[in-house]
Design a binder for this molecule. Structure first.
Ligand code: AMP
Ligand code: MG
Length: 427
């Protein structure tokens, strides 16, 4: 079982069904309501640095060291005291040793003396300036330096990157490669992270067969199971796959119960319309709490969100593209919030000129699948990636972006500017 952490949902019972005045919810309203309802997981664990990739930092990390911890050279060259340079012409220095990264110069540098120095090496005491090796003439232990140098140049100060005591990374940060590197730079090898969120999934539908079996008339392979697995696994979640659930009331309730005892969240596909064999919404309504189930987007209008026992529930439509659109637009931000990520990444939109006709009826925001390209001129163009049916995964797999068409808009003519959500950064 998951921990008890369910205050009353932010939504009233009265918005069960599509009881929000019969109006479809706008996507941003739906997203806000879901995020407002999600109480982040707070249990934590400590993992090694590599295992922290993709996890959420549970508490802030302050640096216990200065990075770098010594004044270091930003160039390969010669370290000297800037005051020894002549302001009018060339100056000759005596070479007295070298300082390499990890092997500092042990001696003392006196007046008129210099030290060979490499990038990252400690700048010796009594020196404060590095001359690039390309700008000197070396003759035995005599180093001649031309005029035109700036005192203090090419020296990285102590703590240039981060100072001891400074905040390195805030709590709730999703740990990407840069943060892993920064944690290492400040000497943190054991990282406090939020425990992994567990998500149970199941597909509903009597027509579904697992891959590997043969298909009888009317049957199809369960593809949602795999696209859902991919989307969940890439978020760094622990995925509990409960397989295919037959279209009966009893099987649906059983699946909900099995999922809720093991997971923080449940994501199902299919069975959320009002067809004869659609038991998901009914089960959530009767045995859990339902938030809403119609959002003004296409594909993906019927989607159920609510609670079942201690778990959050997301009932996605059955159509394979609708599953992916509703997941990325609604479920992913909610799961990020559940993971304790403080700023679930807002979707990034770019503008592009549409090259193809796009069919659209006003009334719902549409996520069409497109191919975004940067032209040699520097402008971006986008075109439809193919048939836009909500069950057509082929156009989804050929796409590299969603073309986001606003709720009230109609058909899009070639040459029109549209907004595009690149998959890079999203998936
Ligand atoms: P439903 O929402 O259950 O009415 O399903 C809508 C459409 O999506 C139907 O054509 C289903 O056959 C199809 N579908 C439902 N679940 C899946 C699945 N797991 N994999 C592939 N197609 C599915
Ligand atoms: Mg179905």
């Amino acid at each position: 079982m998951t921990e008890a952490r369910q205050p009353e949902p932010a939504w009233p019972d009265s918005c069960a069904g599509d009881g929000h005045g019969g109006r479809l919810l706008r996507l941003d309203e739906a997203r806000e309501r879901i995020i407002a309802d999600v109480v982040p997981v707070t249990e934590r664990e400590v993992v090694s640095l590599r295992d922290a990739l993709g996890r959420v930092l549970a508490s802030a990390v302050h640096s216990t060291v200065d990075v770098p911890s010594h004044r270091s050279s930003a160039m390969d060259g010669y370290a000297l005291a800037g005051q020894d340079l002549s302001s009018s012409g060339a100056t000759a220095f005596e070479l007295v040793g070298k300082s390499l990264a990890g092997r500092p110069f042990a001696g003392r540098v006196g007046r008129g003396q210099c030290v060979r120095i490499m990038t990252g090496a400690p700048v010796p005491e009594a020196t404060d300036t590095v001359i690039m090796q390309e700008q000197v003439r070396v003759d035995g232990d005599r180093v001649v330096i031309e005029a035109g140098q700036r005192v203090g140049q090419h020296v990285r100060p102590v703590g240039e990157d981060i100072h001891r005591g400074d905040l390195a990374i805030g709590a709730g940060t999703l740990l990407h490669p840069a943060q892993l590197g920064l944690l290492a730079a400040v000497g943190v090898g054991q990282v406090p992270v939020v425990r992994r969120v567990r998500v149970a999934t199941f597909s509903t539908g009597d027509e579904l067969r697992p891959v590997g079996e043969s298909l009888a008339l009317g049957q199809i392979y369960d593809s949602n199971r795999y696209s859902l697995y991919g989307m969940l696994a890439r978020l760094g979640l622990e995925v509990i796959d409960l397989g295919v659930v037959p279209d009966t009331r009893e099987d649906t309730i059983r699946a909900f119960e099995a999922a809720a005892t093991r997971a923080d969240a449940i994501v199902s596909s299919g069975g959320v319309s009002v067809g004869e064999a659609d038991y998901v919404t009914e089960t959530l309504e009767r045995h859990g709490r339902i938030g809403f189930w119609k959002v003004a987007i296409k594909p993906g209008k019927p989607i159920a969100f609510g609670r079942f026992g201690p778990a959050y529930f997301f009932g996605l439509p059955g159509n394979p593209v609708a599953v992916m659109v509703t997941f990325y637009q609604l479920v992913q931000p909610a799961l990020r919030a559940l993971m304790g990520a403080v700023h679930p990444d807002p979707p990034i939109l770019v503008r592009a000129t549409c090259e193809t006709w796009l069919r659209k009826a006003p009334g719902r925001m549409e996520f069409q699948r497109g191919v975004l390209e940067r032209q040699p001129s520097g402008t971006c163009t986008v075109r439809s990636s193919g048939h836009q049916g909500s069950g057509v995964l082929h156009s989804m797999s050929k796409a590299n972006c969603f073309i986001v068409l606003p709720l009230e808009g109609g058909d899009v003519e070639p040459g029109t500017e549209v907004e595009v959500q690149p998959f890079a950064g999203l998936v």
